[in-house]
Design a protein around this ligand. Structure first.
Ligand code: TRP
Length: 438
């Protein structure tokens, strides 16, 4: 449940639709699903295994598994890429979650009543143009995360994932039904599931792979940290398959809803970028009776999903600072959340005052997103696959995986040793080449 809470977040509802939209749909979605199954699931299982074996913060769990396996001590550094990625992701994640928070009130106040494609875009542009408002909502969101992580993860997260996540899921199904009748569902289906190989670039493949890592919360230790709490008798393979299934389902359903609206409304393009969800959904809410209330509830649930994900970005770093540097829980939180908050202001400004400043052809926000999602997470995923595939003591693997059928165990090991490393490296090289040199 907690892993699902971490996995299902803005990555599914906000990011998946707009990245799929910018990459032409169909073929991107297929590559994304293949990456989830062939790379994501095996690496996620490996992460949980390290966490459950080490039973500490990710960095220390990795260290102990390295020691106990008698592996080369340089493997210790596997945890580092991840923890730094977590901080960087949290910095911009809180900004986007702030947008969702602000939309709760934009719905409730009637600012989004009766909008069409153009006026919804104008309301969104108005929000982006105002750094003070953006910083206010970003700060509020960060504060909410700190409150839970200070209190300890278990209590706060329990309610969120057991009651509110199913509610979010139910709400998405409701919206799916509505968009089937009111939007252009057929066009959305065609866009997401027709295989248009011409529209796919290597850069798109790299983004699909990055998105698979991002959406499953792998490659930074979040899932490792949760693995540390996982009871020994729970089956890792089954659990991870279920998490990956629901995570993908939420992404696909969100995509269908959003593109039904996009293709059924004048003036919204599938390639609209990060604002896609914030422009398209209000149009749907404006067209239904009681829509403002439903919209308000929807953005509450999205904020909660973002919150249960953001917690998993903060907790591994906090846990490490407590263990390694003997810092108290409250101080560790304030220090790290403060850092992410400060860095987040760079993302805030990249949507307005700094929108012309470019780093390697990216705005600050796009740069951090690209660096973490498409470079750091796959890189750390590659290291995790190699580490568990080659360096961890077979005894540990047999102990943690004793409830998995021998065939599945074999498939998993082949994936960690050969399929995932080769696929990640190939996509990585081709994607970077395509992005920067072609
Ligand atoms: N998976 C979350 C989402 O889809 C985001 C997230 C939470 C994440 N923890 C993570 C991404 C760790 C990468 C690594 O919104």
């Amino acid at each position: 449940m907690a892993a699902t809470g971490s996995a299902v977040g803005l990555g599914n509802i906000w990011k998946f639709p707009y990245v799929a939209g910018s990459n032409g749909g169909g073929a991107f979605v297929l590559v994304y699903l293949v990456c989830i199954l062939l790379i994501g699931v095996p690496v996620m299982m490996a992460e949980v295994l390290i966490g459950r074996r080490g039973r500490q913060s990710p960095i220390n769990s990795v260290r102990d598994v390295v020691l106990e396996s008698g592996a080369d001590s340089r493997w210790r550094h596997v945890g580092w890429v991840g923890v730094s990625a977590g901080m960087l992701i949290l910095s911009f994640y809180a900004v986007i979650a702030g947008w969702a928070l602000s939309y709760i009130f934009a719905m409730a106040s009637g600012e989004l009543a009766g909008v069409n494609g153009d006026s919804a875009a104008a309301v969104f542009a108005g929000l982006l143009a105002d750094p003070v408002r953006l910083i206010f909502w970003q700060s509020l969101f960060m504060l909410l995360c700190v409150l839970v992580v200070v209190g300890g993860v278990k209590k706060g997260l329990g309610v969120a994932v057991e009651i509110l996540m199913p509610l979010l899921f139910f709400m998405l199904l409701l919206l799916l039904g509505l968009s089937y009748f009111q939007g252009n569902f057929a066009a959305a289906w065609h866009f997401l599931f027709s295989f248009n190989i011409e529209l796919l670039t290597w850069r798109g493949v790299l983004e699909a792979m990055g998105q698979a890592f991002f959406t499953l919360s792998i490659g930074m230790g979040a899932i490792m940290a949760y693995g540390a709490y996982m009871p020994q008798k729970v089956n890792i393979g089954k659990t991870i398959l279920i998490v990956a299934f629901f995570d993908s389902l939420v992404a696909i359903v969100s995509g269908l809803i959003i593109f039904s609206i996009v293709f059924g409304t004048q003036g919204i393009e599938p390639s609209a970028g990060p604002g896609l969800m914030f422009i398209s959904l209000p149009v749907a809410f404006a067209n239904m009776s009681g829509g403002l209330l439903i919209g308000c509830a929807f953005f509450v649930l999205v904020s909660i999903a973002a919150w249960s994900s953001a917690i998993s970005l903060l907790e591994p770093c906090v846990a490490w600072l407590i263990e390694a540097k003997d810092v108290g829980r409250t101080n560790a939180n304030l220090l790290l959340a403060g850092f992410a908050w400060l860095l987040g202001i760079g993302s805030v400004l990249s949507f307005n005052v700094w929108s012309d400043i470019q780093l390697a052809g990216f705005t600050f926000f796009d740069f951090l997103d690209f660096l973490t999602t498409n470079i750091m997470l796959p890189l750390s995923g590659l290291l995790i696959a190699l580490f568990v595939g080659y360096a961890v003591k077979p005894e540990f693997i047999n102990l943690e995986m004793d409830d998995i059928s021998p065939i599945m165990l074999k498939v998993w090991r082949v994936s960690l040793r050969y399929i995932a490393p080769v696929a990640i490296s190939a996509v990585f090289v081709m994607g970077i080449y395509d992005k920067f040199f072609s």
